[in-house]
Ligand binder design. Structure first.
Ligand code: DC
Length: 250
């Protein structure tokens, strides 16, 4: 498996006075706003953004295409280890990082957001040997810092040494509303209640699995996006980054 990473340097706003080598971990349940926040922070700092959920989703597409059942975890892990999954930062007109996702050189960026993948990714992510190979790649890409990773286990398992750790939450109803909008944009017809049920079940599975469950790291800041707007969360994270860079001027 290979992952491509390029530090994103396109910035349209003033770059805060922050060290270029921090590791920023953003964890939380589905639909809390992690990727939106992570991308904006990466843009402001010129950091690499890494969507770890996209890696689990790409592995799920692979398992689906090969017709593998979740009852065959070792076969799935072997297929994932052999596959080439690339997250390629692409330029976007507003400078916000956009990751294209490739599976064996095929662009699967849209496919990973489909409903079938969303339903199966959580069971697949409970497979320890799949996690081992993805976590290894994530740590390798984060080695030199200057990174924002979002996921479920970043602050607890992948980067326990991250200087800035955020645990992002929001009420289940608001998160389901956001996901419903995403499905609608993809032309998938689905009711609010089924999205709410799916999201609640997924969170439960992510939080109660044996390996690397979704959990707030002891030294993470908990932030609720029902209460704070996205720009407010981004500013709060940038402030934490400044503190960890030894600069307190805002
Ligand atoms: O963030 P997302 O919804 O794209 O994540 C999809 C699934 O991947 C999520 O249900 C759990 C899993 N995941 C994980 O186990 N660990 C991560 N670091 C990221 C995602």
């Amino acid at each position: 498996m290979a992952l491509e990473g390029t530090v994103l340097t396109t910035m349209t706003e003033e770059q805060p006075d922050v060290s270029s080598t921090l590791k920023i971990a953003i964890d939380g349940p589905a639909g809390a706003g992690k990727s939106t926040v992570a991308k904006l922070v990466a843009k402001r700092l010129g950091y690499l953004y890494l969507d770890t959920g996209a890696m689990y989703r790409a592995a799920t597409v692979l398992a689906l295409r090969k017709g593998l059942s979740m009852e065959e975890p070792e076969i799935i892990a072997e297929a994932v280890a052999k596959a080439k999954i690339d997250l390629v930062p692409s330029a976007s007109s507003d400078g916000v990082p956009f990751l294209k996702v490739f599976l064996n050189d095929e662009d699967i960026t849209s496919e990973i957001r489909g409903r079938e993948v969303s339903l199966l990714v959580s069971p697949l992510s409970t497979i320890g040997s799949v996690r081992d190979s993805l976590v290894e790649q994530q740590r390798r890409l984060a080695t030199n810092g200057g990174v924002v990773l979002d996921g479920r286990d970043i602050g607890t398992v992948v980067l326990p040494d991250a200087e800035v750790k955020i645990f992002l939450t929001a009420s289940a109803a608001i998160r389901a509303k956001r996901r419903l909008k995403e499905f609608e944009l993809q032309g998938e017809e689905v009711s609010f209640n089924s999205v709410l049920t799916e999201i609640t079940e997924r969170d439960h599975r992510d939080m109660t699995r044996e390996i690397a469950p979704l959990r707030k790291a002891t030294n993470a800041e908990e932030v609720n996006t029902d209460v704070m707007s996205i720009p407010e969360v981004v500013d709060a994270i940038l402030l934490l980054c400044k503190k960890h860079s030894g600069s307190f001027s805002i």
